[in-house]
Ligand binder design. Structure first.
Ligand code: ADP
Ligand code: G6P
Length: 355
C-alpha cells in the first residue's frame, strides 16, 4: 500500500484528550497529501494505525504498558504516566525517524488488552497522536512539529454528549461522571503539554452573543476558535490577516459573505503563550455557505496554500466532517498546510498538491 519512502522522515505530534477531534483533524491533514488512509493491509482489524502514501498515523494508546485490567488493579486511569511505556515509545519513534521499521504493540480498544505487535515501516511523515506525545522529553525532542487541540470543558462536554449518548447509548449522568473522574489526571498530565506545542487550536463557546440568547439547539455548537502560533520558528511562518503584526478585528458579513445570526467575527493579533511570543488568528461564528470561504481566504497571508483557493477547496472536499462550517475546520486545514510546509522545508522536496 505504501510507496517506498525516499529521504528523511518528518515526525509530527498531535496531542489532545480523547473525544477532542484528533481523528477528524487527522482526516483533514492526510487529505491534503491525497490517498485514503487505511489500516495496515492484512493485519489486525483492531489496529489503530492509518497508512496512506505519504503519511502513517499511529495512536499512542498502543504504548499503554498497563491494559484495562492492569489499570483497574493499580487504580490508575489511561491518562496516568505509569500506564504508558515511554521507553518503547521513544525507541520506536526514533527508529522510524531513522528509516527503520518498528514492531509496534496494538492496544485493542474493544477488549482493553494488548494484541500482538504489527510491523510499521518508516513513512515520509509519521504522526503520533494521543494523550502524551510531548510528555516524555526524549520523545518530544524527536518531534519536528507539535500541535495541541485545546478544547474547553463546555465544548468537550457538548461533543462527548453528542457522541457517547447518540452513538454509544450512555446516559447524561454517566458522561458527566466519566468526565469528572478523568479531570484531575487530565489537568496533571495532559493539559500541561500544551506549552510545548508550535500551534494550538483552542475551542471556546461563542462570544458573539450571551449564552441565554442561543436557542438550546445551538448551545455548544457556535464556536470561538483560536489558532495560537509560535513566532520565530524556522520550519513555518504564522498565517496572518491583512497586515502582519497588527491587531485586527474583522466582521466580514455583508455583500461578500452571507451570515445568519449571530454572525462571524475574525480577530488577529500578537499575544504570549507561557512566556513565548505567539500570534493568534481567531474565528467566532459559522459559515452559511462554505463556498464563500474563498472571500475570507483571499484576505489571509502565509497560509502555505500552493494555489489561490486551496483552503476553500479542501474545506469543500471534506464538508461532511464535523466542524466544516466553523473555525475548527478552517484552522485545522491551515495546520494541515503547515505540516506540508514543514515537510518540504526539512526534506527540501516538493509535494504536489492534490485536488
Ligand atoms: P478523537 O479522535 O480525539 O477521539 P474524534 O475526531 O473522533 O476525536 O471526535 C470525537 C467526536 O467529537 C466526534 O464524533 C464529533 O461528535 C465531535 N467533534 C469532533 N470534532 C468536532 C468539531 N470540530 N465540531 C463538532 N464536533 C466535533
Ligand atoms: C484509551 C483512551 C482513553 C480512555 C481509555 C479507556 O486509552 O485513550 O482516553 O480513557 O482508553 O480506558 P478504561 O480504563 O476506561 O478502559
Amino acid at each position: 500500500v505504501q510507496a517506498a519512502k525516499d529521504g528523511k522522515t518528518v515526525v509530527i505530534g498531535l496531542a489532545a484528550d480523547s473525544g477532542c477531534g484528533k481523528s477528524t483533524f487527522m482526516r483533514r491533514m492526510t487529505s491534503i497529501f491525497g490517498g485514503s488512509a487505511k489500516p495496515p493491509a492484512g493485519g489486525n482489524p483492531d489496529s489503530n494505525t492509518l497508512i496512506s502514501d505519504m503519511t502513517t498515523v499511529i495512536c499512542l494508546d498502543d504504548y499503554h504498558c498497563l491494559d484495562r485490567k492492569g489499570r483497574a488493579e493499580k487504580g490508575v486511569t489511561a491518562l496516568a504516566p505509569e500506564a504508558q511505556n515511554f521507553d518503547l515509545m521513544y525507541e520506536q519513534v526514533k527508529a522510524m525517524k531513522e528509516g527503520k521499521a518498528a514492531d509496534k504493540p496494538i492496544y485493542n480498544h474493544v477488549t482493553g488488552a494488548l494484541d500482538a505487535p504489527e510491523k510499521i515501516e518508516s513513512p515520509n511523515i509519521l504522526v503520533i497522536e494521543g494523550l502524551h506525545p510531548f510528555y516524555d522529553e526524549r520523545v518530544r525532542d524527536l518531534l519536528d512539529f507539535k500541535v495541541y487541540l485545546d478544547i474547553s470543558d463546555e465544548i468537550k462536554f457538548a461533543w462527548k454528549i453528542q457522541r457517547d449518548m447518540a452513538e454509544r447509548g450512555h446516559s447524561l449522568d454517566s458522561i458527566k461522571k466519566s468526565i469528572e473522574a478523568r479531570k484531575p489526571d487530565f489537568d496533571a498530565y495532559i493539559d500541561p503539554q500544551k506549552k510545548h506545542a508550535d500551534m494550538i487550536i483552542q475551542v471556546l463557546p461563542t462570544q458573539l452573543v450571551l449564552p441565554t440568547q442561543l436557542v438550546p439547539d445551538d448551545e455548544g455548537k457556535i464556536l470561538r476558535v483560536r489558532l495560537i502560533q509560535k513566532e520565530g520558528k524556522k520550519l513555518f511562518d504564522p498565517v496572518y490577516l491583512f497586515d502582519e503584526g497588527s491587531t485586527i478585528s474583522w466582521i466580514p458579513c455583508g455583500r461578500k459573505l452571507t451570515c445568519s445570526f449571530p454572525g462571524i467575527k475574525f480577530y488577529y493579533g500578537p499575544d504570549t503563550w507561557y512566556g513565548e511570543d505567539v500570534s493568534v488568528l481567531e474565528m467566532d461564528g459559522q459559515f452559511d455557505k462554505l463556498e464563500e470561504l474563498i472571500y475570507v481566504e483571499s484576505h489571509l497571508s502565509n497560509t502555505s496554500a500552493k494555489f489561490y483557493g486551496e483552503i476553500t477547496q479542501q474545506m469543500l472536499k471534506n464538508s461532511s466532517f464535523p466542524g466544516s462550517n466553523n473555525g475548527t475546520g478552517l484552522l485545522q486545514t491551515i495546520i494541515g498546510l503547515k505540516v506540508r510546509e514543514v515537510y518540504e522545508r526539512i526534506t527540501e522536496k516538493e509535494v504536489v498538491p492534490v485536488s
